[in-house]
Write a protein that binds this ligand. Sequence first.
Ligand code: PEP
Length: 281
Amino acid sequence: MVNHAQSLTSGPAGRLARKLIAGNWKMNGSLAANEALVSALLSDLSREAAACEVAVCTPMPYLAQVAGMLGKHGAAITLGAQDVSAHAQGAYTGETSAAMLCDLGVSLVLVGHSERRQYHGETDAIVAAKAQAALQSGLRPIICLGETLEEREANHTHAVVERQLGVVLQALGAAAAGLIVAYEPIWAIGTGRTATPEQAQAVHASLRAQIYAASSVSAKPATLLYGGSMNAANAADLLSQADIDGGLIGGASLKATDFLTIIRAAGRAGAATLLAGASST
Ligand code: PEP
């Protein structure tokens, strides 16, 4: 297990103050529902501009629709996808390449979400190959990882996430600089059961230390998101943790008011980090 104590200070490139809040719509939405949701987000976000980076990861068929809506509003919301092929092109029926996502204006992509690992057999090696394919096309991958309930109860959490991240760091080498990682305990996804801020912080600190220990990637700070039943009520506590740089939000990202409450909490937490940094220099 990586030494937690070194995590907050050992990164030479310092900490990120601007949080990232990404919505994972999963297999939800329709043309009409997306129109209503994105319009509601855009009308409120123009007032909150730049407080934190906001992204929505939509189902593939709706990327063009949402890209069209976002196009008229500058960069208030970053467009994300939920998966990418490890292959560049060819006979891979049903797959979507990184270049195709770029064509549609996508800039972020989830890689290795636990539902893809569980239902589609994605191994650590496949996740690493997808992350590589994304980066080669200029997409920012969000590497998702996390332990099952049995693994947590057996005290294997740190070993599991360290293994999952280690395979990706090894494959990416220097390209892992500035990596985005989402720690999503599987037992917390869609269950309403959230990791406590202390549980999440402990894993994030360990992941950050592991990234900094991979010396080739220390030039640019990593962004570490927490995911797993984050909602309007618990977001502020989670996002105020020292090593939580944002959130990956499933269910609560489908309701504009809830998602906006989380975004505001992230903005406040980011501002507090900035203030703390200014007063300590
Ligand atoms: C997710 O699917 O990434 C997720 C965090 O879902 P939820 O917020 O619904 O637990």
